[in-house]
Design a protein around this ligand. Structure first.
Ligand code: ADP
Ligand code: ZN
Length: 221
């Protein structure tokens, strides 16, 4: 099964993708994580990606598509994947369709996460991530704090704030989302594979709750 996680930054794509990945036994492919790993390792791709990410802009389509295409050709992707943060433009979505079609596959479901904008900013500013690249657990110092301050519950590594999780950068990331990515909601709705869910503290639904609903939905199909 091929699943897409769609939604503005900070809506919980990564958290939900992680839970689904474990439950369904298929890999989570996060373009953001791939870029961050390359930035940390100082690769050419990392340098290029950082010049966009630090400004809250999207990494160019050609670069991003190539990375996903290569990743989809790895053996562990043969039973399906959870794409977390890809596609983010119509061009990426069209290319993804072609890449999957060539393998006799398609996107089975697109999960569209919706969170009120003021809550998104609060969620991103309060977000902390595990510094261990193998773990990458995500916390929120208010809504989902770690048991020991500044330390990951899962692996004990230090928690850090992502460099692009600053109020200034968040604003341009949101703008990018509304301009370039949100048209994909309509795109996948037209394909009849859109599953929308609200992630918000006001209705008592955080990532874990939406993941539970989703698993129930997928099992009932
Ligand atoms: P978030 O969803 O919180 O914004 P991600 O980890 O998914 O975080 O992405 C971080 C940054 O990486 C994005 O702001 C963007 O600059 C870049 N990026 C990630 N995925 C893509 C993509 N599919 N196309 C272009 N840029 C991307
Ligand atoms: Zn950890």
């Amino acid at each position: 099964m091929n699943i897409i996680m769609l939604g503005a930054p900070g809506t919980g794509k990564g958290t939900i993708a992680g839970i689904l990945s474990e439950k369904l036994g298929i890999p989570q492919i996060s373009t953001g994580d791939i870029f961050r790993k390359n930035i940390k390792e100082g690769t050419e791709l990392g340098k290029l990606a950082e010049s966009y990410i630090s400004k809250g802009q999207l990494v160019p389509d050609e670069v991003t598509i190539k990375i996903v295409e290569d990743r989809l050709n790895k053996p562990d992707a043969k039973n399906g994947v959870i794409l977390d943060g890809f596609p983010r433009t119509i061009v990426q979505a069209d290319r993804l369709k072609e890449i999957l079609k060539a393998k006799g596959e398609n996107v089975d479901i697109t999960i569209n996460l919706e969170t009120p904008e003021d809550e998104i900013i609060e969620r991103i500013v309060n977000r902390r991530v595990c510094s261990n690249q193998e773990c990458k657990a995500v916390y929120n110092v208010v809504l989902h704090p770690p048991k020991v301050e500044g330390k990951c519950d899962k692996c004990g590594s230090d928690l850090i704030t992502r460099k692009d999780d600053k109020v200034e950068t968040v604003k341009s990331r949101l703008e990018q989302y509304f301009t370039s990515t949100s048209p994909l909601v309509e795109y996948y709705k037209n394909e009849g594979i859109l599953y929308s869910a609200t992630v918000s503290k006001t209705i008592n639904k955080l990532g874990e709750d939406v993941a539970r609903d989703l698993i129930e939905y997928l099992e009932s199909k």
